[in-house]
Design a protein around this ligand. Sequence first.
Ligand SMILES: [Zn+2]
Length: 416
Amino acid sequence: MQRRPSLWWPTPARPQRFFSDADLSASLAYNHPLRRAGLLAALSRLVLLVLAARLAGLIDQAMADDPATSETMLDSFSASAIPALTGGVLTALALRLPSNVADAWFEYRHEPRVLGTVPSPVRWFLGVVTATTLLFAAISTVGSWALFQLVGSREQWPLILSSAIVGSVIAVTALERSVRHWVKVRTGRICESGLDPARADFEHLATLFGLDGISFLCERGRASETLDAALPAEHSPVSMLDGATAYTTGIGPNRRVVVSQKLMSEPPATRNFVVAHEIAHVSARHVLVQTLIGTTSAIAFVWICAALAADGRPWAWFGMEPLSPCSLPILALIVTTYSALVAPATSWLARSHERQADLGAFGAVGLQDLDVIRTLYLAPDIDLEPPWWVRLYSNHPTPAERLEFLRRLGVGRSWA
Ligand SMILES: [Zn+2]
């Protein structure tokens, strides 16, 4: 009898043990360009941010050197909003353009085939890239301006701290429902009677965890909507909800397990294991824990920014006074560096939550055969062999790790 695998560290696993060579090479062919685009987008974002900060520094200096502007600018909000806006737009371009181009390229390559239409490449790129970049420019200018004000008001710490905690809990309880409703306009629709054949099973599963009052919801994605059916197996899901998937959301009375329409077409053993996994997340309060960690991290970030502003060095490198209105690209550079450093730790915790949920599901419903969930990993967009830098930032263990974890708990296998 083997020792129970660790909840905190990956179980060493060879993908070849669970997937055929054909499966592995299909996954590689599909995901390899994506990984390269992701890495390229991250690197060019960093380079663009440094250039944007440099450019903003030059604009800042030019405005400070011009007596006519500095006289009118000093005390007036409307005048200082112009350099801030310049900084915001530069930041937005630096942050979004690389990934928008990468996303547009990816969608152009895959989505038209799924949806059955091939648009003009020029219109596609101009449409997708311009619309999303402009939208993000507006959001990030407002957001960075708020951050800029927050970092400048350090005496208000107790107020900032308590309102951040209260605000984030309110966001996932009260506001979450309406935000989800708005987001669904892009990602999918609720399918009213989609859960009916399994609702009693799911409610029974919740009682196995000693929980009641969880609501279950079925949603379907954009492509399933257009095609009015689940996507053919060989196609990648256009949005997450087009795949066979489920997720947990909300805190307290608002907690919900959302099941995709495609998952409902899987055999009962598969969908029950996946839903039991989600209920195990609810039972262990993972949404609450991750929300509080996210809030703590955001507060730590504002504190670090304030400390850096007091020191002044990052601003001086780009020839600016600390927290000059033009310096939003510098704040964005600090945000990017901070999240690149902190995300591996939060992803590590999220991966351990996934193992806890798999263990919980196994304890509650058992699993006769690894094939019951192995087949879910055969969707083309799932990376069966992610490289280390993808794993470092991933919120889920790799498919092979999860299967090896279950195998060591004693689950058998039946495929050839
Ligand atoms: Zn999970």
